[in-house]
Design a protein around this ligand. Structure first.
Ligand SMILES: O=C(O)CCC(=O)C(=O)O
Length: 313
């Protein structure tokens, strides 16, 4: 399908664009590549923790069956559930990490609130991907899903409903303990203060510890992918809710009625962000005659991989 984009419209969109927020440092990228997870302590201030906890509590309170301390609760498409959670879609605290990977095709694949009180169900070992033919079969180099976790409860020890992961396992197709709770040699149990942020490769094998304490574990995950990977928690977003979002948030939700748009988004959705270093909306040297939406833009992940390997490939 051919689309024409009048130059005046393209430049009007451009003037409203933001520069991409910061993403991975070289060290963080190396850590993600080697371990499959990066843990950032104290990423949130106590006030920010309180703001997101209040949002989680507001969402829980809307469920007439919810009983604090008793109900094991998961809310999917959490961004639509509360404006404080919607602001995470493009929050500069973390969106640059996802933009580093997915660039101009960035999309929220799913967003979840988890509330895990004492003695409730906990997840078995799994990666976040299709199981029969995982993402990694097609994308052995870069993850097709990147999860950002916001931790809203102090988790100083094991047996608190902690996230448990096996460092380096994002490169493995199989795990002996798959679909069980069996501890794996080398596993690490996430012990963090409220306010920590995690960034993990969706191919990383993980499970959840039982919660044997009276502390209710609360957290939010927001995960990203390229626009053409199907979302995990919605088909389309509510149009009335979309109308409350800013431009970048609306684009990153990728609520497209026409299937073709998932691989070839419309001109209005470009640029999503401007280059961090140059403020440009395009890579150098691309002929002007090619419309912006059809121009290849190099992602930071491409650059970081070349850098970590010590040269271009
Ligand atoms: O709640 C957690 O810590 C992990 C949840 C999980 O396993 C998942 O969302 O895939």
């Amino acid at each position: 399908m051919q689309r024409s984009e009048p130059a005046a419209e393209v430049s009007a969109t451009m003037s409203a664009c933001r520069v991409a927020p910061p993403g991975f440092s070289r060290e963080q990228w190396q850590e993600l590549s080697e371990r499959g997870i990066v843990i950032l302590d104290d990423a949130l201030t106590p006030d920010e923790v309180a703001r997101y906890r209040d949002a989680v509590d507001r969402v829980c309170a809307r469920n007439p069956d919810y009983v604090e301390g008793k109900t094991d609760y998961r809310v999917s498409n959490a961004v639509e559930a509360d404006p404080a959670i919607a602001e995470l879609i493009d929050h500069p605290r973390h969106v640059g990490y996802a933009y580093d990977l997915y660039g101009e095709m960035l999309k929220v694949i799913r967003s979840d609130i988890f509330v895990r009180p004492r003695d409730t169900d906990s997840n078995l070992w799994h990666p976040d991907s299709p199981r029969a033919v995982p993402y990694r079969v097609f994308a052995p180099e870069l993850p097709l899903r990147l999860s950002i976790g916001y931790w809203l409860t102090d988790l100083p020890r094991a047996q608190m409903g902690n996230f448990v992961y096996l460092p380096g396992s994002h490169r493995d197709q199989c795990l002996d303990g798959y679909y069980s709770h069996e501890p794996a040699p080398g596993e690490e149990i996430l012990r963090v203060r409220a306010g920590a942020m995690t960034i993990y490769d969706g191919n990383l094998w993980h499970r959840v510890e039982p919660n044997r304490t009276g502390v209710v574990r609360k957290n939010i995950f927001i995960a990203y992918c390229p626009s053409w990977v199907c979302a995990g928690d919605r088909l389309l977003s509510d149009p009335a809710w979309l109308a409350t979002l800013n431009r970048e948030q609306r684009i990153i939700m990728r609520s497209y009625a026409h299937p073709h748009d998932y691989t070839n988004p419309a001109a209005d959705d470009f640029p999503l962000f401007l280059e961090r270093e140059t403020g440009a909306d395009t890579d150098a040297g691309v002929p002007e005659r090619i419309p912006l939406r059809l121009r290849k833009r190099r992602t930071a992940a491409e650059r970081l991989n070349a850098d970590v390997r010590g040269g271009e490939r």
